[in-house]
Design a protein around this ligand. Structure first.
Ligand code: FRU
Length: 459
């Protein structure tokens, strides 16, 4: 087992999953196997740059306490020598199958990609089986991130891809036995013109809906939308006979904050569909300036979120187990009218605020850094932080589809997730600020009027 290093690093996170050191990016191979949760992750154990990608490995009984195991996959073979890239896991007959992309730079400096398999009996040691098939010719070498699921007796695989005329797309393969795969064609029944590459596609089979989640690259900003370097979002519809038929072509951003990318889902033994994302994707200059690099680590994953579809929206809520983090809970509704600020006692907290009627416009400041504001006329919710590279304030916003009624904030030393209206919207972000305080402050008392629940949990 790897030692737990770095927990006391400056700006470290304690309940978000990070790597022991080095760089972490996408969650991979999420699975409940042999009575444990397994999270694999893109990991550069040798530095804080995007190189040497192995599959890091952490296991947990409860999604709260994680143990690091040795990396499951290392880039040591001809078919993955420049990185064991993202992919997924599937259990069959008591064995764990990992599907991943072998990234190869050839002698001419060009890219080659191989969709590879590795198999394990114990969920700890993996035997590589090498590439599974040859790629169809009509696509570039940007073919990666296999995600597997099973329906009736058929195994399906969706892959992120790029057409020869440089459009993002996704491809489908099918298999009767998880080993032999045949190419079925494009995943979407109609290909929207949407970016130059789709990364990390995923198909969520929820009770009443299928959801296609993917991370397109090359989408231009449009109003308050698509403000990050790369986006992640979803389309609702139905997957049938190898094609995804979307209900309407709406692509909805899954997270409205600054850092959320390349999520992956899995079903656990309780039947829940849980998603982890990567709270990292940022422009290269910003990434290079992240202050944790000095301590030899960078980035972390999002909280595990249980997802459902309600009223044509993906609802994301932190899994119930996160309540185990609560050390002390203070119900402050009774005296909130008399106080001008709240001082936190511990570095990490969760705040729950519920309104019985829509509040008037307001602004909160958390830890002298992150501002959360609501403009009631437009139902616009905005989060603002200081960019650590430019020192400028910057915002992300969403126009809610219903009045604001609930906010749930998870705060750590350099990280925040904000769940709005029971998870109909989420904002995830990092922040780095030498002058951060332990205060929650507000500009005026507008927000207090219709509050019906107000709890601060020290974590
Ligand atoms: C997404 C991604 C994947 C790729 C992996 C490499 O962040 O670019 O498409 O497999 O990261 O680390």
């Amino acid at each position: 087992m790897l030692e737990e290093q770095g927990k006391d690093d400056k700006y470290s996170v304690h309940y978000h999953l990070r790597a022991p050191h080095g760089l972490i990016n996408d969650p991979n191979g999420l699975v409940y196997f042999n009575k444990q949760y397994h999270v694999f992750f893109q990991w550069n154990p040798e530095g804080t740059t995007h190189e040497n990608k192995t599959w890091g490995h952490a296991v947990s009984d409860d999604l709260i306490e994680w143990d690091y195991l040795e990396p499951a996959l290392k880039p040591t073979d001809w078919f993955d020598k420049n990185g064991c890239y993202s992919g997924s896991a599937f259990e069959k007959d008591g064995k764990l199958y990992l599907f991943y992309t072998g990234n190869v730079r050839n002698a001419e400096g060009g890219r080659e990609s191989y969709q590879c398999l590795a198999v394990s009996e114990d969920g700890v040691h993996f035997e590589k089986k090498g590439p599974l098939f040859e790629h169809p010719k009509m696509y570039t070498a940007h073919l990666r991130d296999p995600k597997i699921w099973k329906e009736d007796e058929t195994y399906w695989m969706v892959l992120g891809a790029q057409t020869e005329d440089l459009k993002g797309t996704a491809l489908v393969y099918r298999s009767p036995d998880i080993l032999n795969w045949t190419f079925e064609g494009e995943f979407m029944d109609a290909l929207p013109d949407f970016g130059y590459m789709w990364e990390c596609p995923d198909v969520l089979k929820l009770e009443n809906k299928d959801v296609f989640v993917f991370s397109p690259q090359g989408i231009e900003p449009e109003g308050v939308m698509y403000q990050n370097i790369f986006q992640t979002g979803y389309v609702l519809g139905q997957f049938q006979d190898g094609k995804f038929h979307s209900d309407n072509e709406d692509f909805v951003e899954m997270d409205r904050g600054f850092e959320f990318y390349a999520p992956q889902s899995f079903k656990d033994d309780k039947g829940r569909t849980i998603v982890f994302g990567w709270m990292g994707a940022m422009p290269p200059e910003e990434e290079a300036a992240v202050p944790t690099i000095k301590d030899g680590w960078i980035h972390h994953l999002s909280l595990p979120r249980e997802v459902k579809v309600q009223n044509n929206r993906l609802i994301q809520q932190p899994v119930d187990e996160l309540k185990l983090l609560r050390l002390q809970s203070s119900d402050i509704l009774g005296y909130i009218s008399q106080i001008e600020k709240v001082r936190f006692n511990t570095p990490e907290q969760e705040i729950e605020c519920v309104w019985k009627e829509e509040p008037a416009s307001f602004a909160w400041t958390l830890r002298n850094e992150v501002a959360v504001s609501y403009e009631a006329a437009e139902k616009q919710l905005t989060v603002e932080r200081t960019n650590w590279l430019t020192s400028k304030r910057e915002t992300r916003s969403v126009y809610l589809d219903a009045p604001l009624t609930a906010l749930r904030v998870f705060l750590e030393d350099s990280s925040m997730e904000l769940y709005v209206n029971g998870g109909r919207e989420v904002f995830s972000l990092r922040y780095f600020n030498e002058q951060r305080t332990d205060l929650w402050e507000w500009q005026n008392d507008n927000w207090k009027e219709h509050v019906s629940q107000l709890t601060v949990h020290e974590l």
